[in-house]
Ligand binder design. Structure first.
Ligand code: SAM
Length: 250
């Protein structure tokens, strides 16, 4: 049926394409993608041949209108180079326009580096905040970290190998004493997830310059963990001093 299909694709391991993604990519009328070469390779691997249209949110309004028009009568898949469309990738404007114009949108879920990194890290995951990429300029990067320092959640950031050390240094200054996880090359041959504090991780990556793609995770502020531990202690103490009749609720 006509409309927009948001299709998640693998982030490294081609085995992670879903059965439904293959089905939609085989049956759609065309695929809008970030880079026709990258998506062309994926489709070739899947044995699928479809018209490919380059799309990003900065594309001319004219191009987007054309794409939207075609979705009224055709099924168009949107994929990014890797992972889930719109998670630090194009698609936001397209989906927004579809919603406004009553064009059906369907999401075909699949890999997302942020979620893979979070699950592998072992950091608290009851609350997490995905914040995309840190700014590239040091001042702006530090400001953003300062802004997020008090948030009571694990922070998930996308990172590039050449910038990892600078980000760790900024975290050391703006968010000291936080547990950090560096999740690298997820789902690939050299997948690695290294936990530690900023100083230790800086020393390690200074000696072993990182390669590949990185998700950087910052555990919640210690104060919060301490508060939780305090709350547990208070509860245990209260229970211990309670008379049996109180504990039974009489
Ligand atoms: N939409 C994608 C997703 O759902 O994960 C993310 C696209 S974003 C432009 C690219 C960033 O995602 C990389 O710089 C890296 O931070 C992260 N990333 C993507 N694949 C990864 C992988 N296999 N291992 C670690 N990080 C990855």
């Amino acid at each position: 049926t006509p409309g927009l299909y948001l299709v998640a694709t693998p982030i490294g391991n081609l085995g992670d394409i879903t059965v439904r993604a293959v089905d939609i990519l085989s049956r759609c009328d065309g695929v809008a993608c970030e880079d026709t070469r990258v998506t062309g390779k994926l489709l070739k691997h899947l044995g699928i041949s479809k018209p490919l249209w380059r799309y990003d949110d900065h594309s001319e309004h004219r191009d987007r209108s054309r794409l939207l028009d075609s979705m009224r009568s055709r099924a168009v898949a949107l994929v990014s180079d890797a992972g889930t469309p719109m998670v630090s990738d194009p698609g936001y404007r397209l989906v927004n326009d579809c919603r406004e114009q009553g064009i059906p949108v369907t999401s075909i879920p699949g890999p997302c580096a942020a979620v893979v990194g979070l699950t592998l890290s072992g950091l608290p995951n009851d609350r997490f905040l995905f914040a995309g990429f840190l700014p590239t300029k040091d001042k702006a990067r530090r400001e953003m970290l300062a802004e997020m320092a008090a948030i009571d959640a694990t922070l998930i950031l996308y990172e590039t190998a050449p910038r990892l050390l600078k980000s760790l240094a900024a975290i050391e200054d703006m968010m000291p004493k936080r547990e950090i996880a560096v999740a690298r090359e997820l789902t690939k041959l050299h997948e690695e997830c290294r936990r530690g504090f900023s100083a230790g991780l800086m020393a390690y990556y200074d000696a072993n310059p990182p390669k590949g793609e990185i998700v950087l995770l910052i555990g919640p502020p210690e104060a919060q963990q301490a508060n939780e531990a305090d709350a547990d202690d208070m509860l245990i103490e209260a229970l211990a001093t309670m008379k049996p009749s109180q504990a039974a609720g009489h």
